[in-house]
Design a protein around this ligand. Structure first.
Ligand SMILES: [Zn+2]
Length: 425
């Protein structure tokens, strides 16, 4: 979509940036779901380190479900207020791994100023009081922090109208705040998150959300204009443009709960997890009969097992790479071994991870799905590959986990110990 739109100049600002930068496709993480992916972008870590496992998961220590907003139905099923607090506060305060370092923490500890608009992984050092009485305590974010108008570090005059989401009102708010910040050159790093494209793509399918992509372009054009035009913008800023995950069309819906009696299933979009007592294998074998489950993953001792159509691949970490036995073609998805291993190594993940087959989605807690539209979450390339455009950066990010390290590298700030070495142009 990105490539076609740029080639057709349907998105003139992105086309302008592409002309001045370097473009490649990069891989996401697994499950390729927004809270997991945005945490990977903000920290440079896979879920083994950042510990956010899914949109919905079972909190073993607190013995309860965490639901970050799969759908209104799922949120209602998990408890609306609980879900709001988990999404707004707990994900950053408590769920995000203590060993993970956000790009805001790393840069501000080095004396720089960071700004974030609407990205849900925001953990930083500055307390921000909420703007609404419904929320009762501060959130700790970057110095300049704008979160769906619930937290606003500065009075920008931007207004959020949540009621016309399909019309792009969330991104209109982000665009307005972004222009205000750029006009003042009020940051060293700005993380500018536009979520309406994902929303439109879920509803209309990934090949039909042209209008939403054009609105993204207009939002970025607003930043460029606020800097004084194209030349001034590139003189002042280096730029990374990327998505957190892809989307693929979905037509059919599976209900994993019904296939896994006795397991605690958390599923949403195109990824599922099951929390089971004892040996996960018998549960995994039950999913042989589920056409919506393409790959089922679990740990057996020091090894991971991937099961697909009754065949198995075993793998384990071996230095920088993996030792495998079985047919490697079972995990023929982008960067699959590393992503699957990291997802299984997340202490908050279920014992069983399920990656959906092409065209399938798993019903969420509220029974909701996007059949007839688009979705993501699986290991498949369509869900897992993202456009990655960089302008003025030395590093060559090949994955969304390279974005934060590439930014730290740009500012000469040391990378966190878990970051892999960066490729360079
Ligand atoms: Zn989505």
């Amino acid at each position: 979509m990105f490539e076609a739109a740029v080639a057709a100049r349907a998105t003139p600002t992105l086309a302008f940036l592409a002309e001045h930068g370097r473009y490649r496709r990069a891989t996401s993480t697994f499950p390729s779901l927004t809270p997991v992916c945005l945490s990977s972008i903000a920290t440079g870590a896979h879920p083994d380190v950042h510990e956010i496992p899914h949109l919905v998961w079972w909190h073993r220590r607190e013995h309860r479900l965490v639901e970050y907003g799969s759908s209104f139905g799922a949120v209602r099923a998990a408890g609306t207020r609980r879900s709001l607090l988990d999404t707004v506060y707990e994900m950053n305060e408590r769920h995000l791994g203590a060993d993970a370092v956000t790009v805001y923490e790393a840069l501000e500890d080095a004396g720089l100023t960071t700004a974030a608009i609407n990205i849900t992984c925001y953990r930083g050092r500055t307390a921000h009081r909420p703007t609404v009485p419904m929320l009762t305590r501060p959130a700790h974010g970057p110095k300049r922090f704008f979160y769906y108008s619930l937290f606003e570090s500065d009075a920008t005059g931007a207004r959020l109208a949540v009621r016309n989401r399909p019309g792009g009102t969330i991104d209109a708010y982000a665009a307005s705040v972004g222009r205000w910040l750029v006009t003042r050159d009020g940051f060293d790093l700005l993380v500018f998150y536009l979520s309406d494209y994902d929303y439109a793509s879920h509803a209309q399918g990934p090949d039909a959300a042209h209008e939403a992509l054009a609105r993204c372009d207009t939002a970025v054009a607003g930043l460029v204009a606020a800097a004084g035009g194209e030349e001034a913008f590139l003189e002042r800023y280096a730029v990374v443009v990327c998505a957190d995950h892809g989307q693929t069309p979905v037509r059919e819906v599976a209900r994993l709960q019904e296939r896994l009696p006795g397991a605690r299933v958390t599923a949403s979009n195109r990824a599922g997890m099951a929390y089971v007592e004892g040996d996960p294998r018998p549960h995994a074998l039950r999913l042989d009969a589920e056409p919506g489950a393409e790959v089922v993953l679990w740990r057996e001792g020091e090894e991971a097992v991937a099961r697909r159509e009754g065949e198995e691949l075993r793998f384990r970490r071996d230095g920088e790479g993996f030792a495998t036995s079985g047919d490697l073609a079972l995990l023929d998805h982008p960067n699959a071994l590393e992503r699957a291993w990291a997802a299984l190594a997340n202490p908050n993940a279920g014992e069983l991870l399920v990656s959906a087959a092409p065209g399938w989605e798993f019903a969420d807690l509220g029974g909701r799905h996007h059949a007839g539209g688009g979705s993501h979450g699986s290991l498949t390339a369509g869900d897992s590959e993202v456009p990655m455009l960089t302008v003025g950066l030395e590093a060559e990010p090949a994955a969304i986990t390279d974005v934060a390290p590439a930014i730290l590298d740009h500012f000469g700030v040391p990378l966190p110990p878990y970051a892999r070495p960066l490729a360079r142009a």
